[in-house]
Design a protein around this ligand. Sequence first.
Ligand SMILES: [Zn+2]
Length: 225
Amino acid sequence: MKRCPSCKININTDRKTCPLCYDILEDVDDKQLEKPIYPLYVRKKGKENLFLKSVIFVCIITTLLTLIINLVTRKSGERLWFPYVAASMLYVFILIRNCILSKHNTAFKILVQMLSISILVYIIDYFSGYTGWSINYVIPILSVASSFTIVIVLLAKKVKYSEYIFCLISSVIIGIIPFLLWIFKIVPVLWPSLFAACFSLMVFLGIIIFADKATKEEFKKRFHI
Ligand SMILES: [Zn+2]
């Protein structure tokens, strides 16, 4: 650390002269400095924490109340409906925690939304006498929507590819899963999963062809290739 005797400021530099007045700088021992030059940034957490705690509280109370109402008013042989409420409350929590309060980039938020909505629709499908509409139609189409939106954001916002590439590749990989499930005969309807797999492949080729060097480096780093 150096100090300008004229301007009376400390400067973290290798220069010999002051950038403001060109006076000769004096050496200052870092240990003698009483305080760090820039105070450390502390994020104000109080309000966010209280808000999040309130959300958790409301979600849990709502789930418990619906569980009680459901059990008390249930006629024999009738299907339980409280799992829909529980899953929706979980989704509300994820929405607020990871989309509204988080500082993650847009691509990550889209990815989290896609995954949580997929889980939500699967739970609804499962508890409403599983017919497979979630895994046949909704999840493949969601994965296409997610990859498509990330690509649009990437092109529109002119962000660095490397920041978004991890989320985009994850979304693309998820897009192929329904087709793999079709191969193993878990998913009976072909066209949505085939569409999702083709779309994923297209985006993946696009990444390989158009990605710059920094993106490829980031890709190798993230996926340990
Ligand atoms: Zn100076």
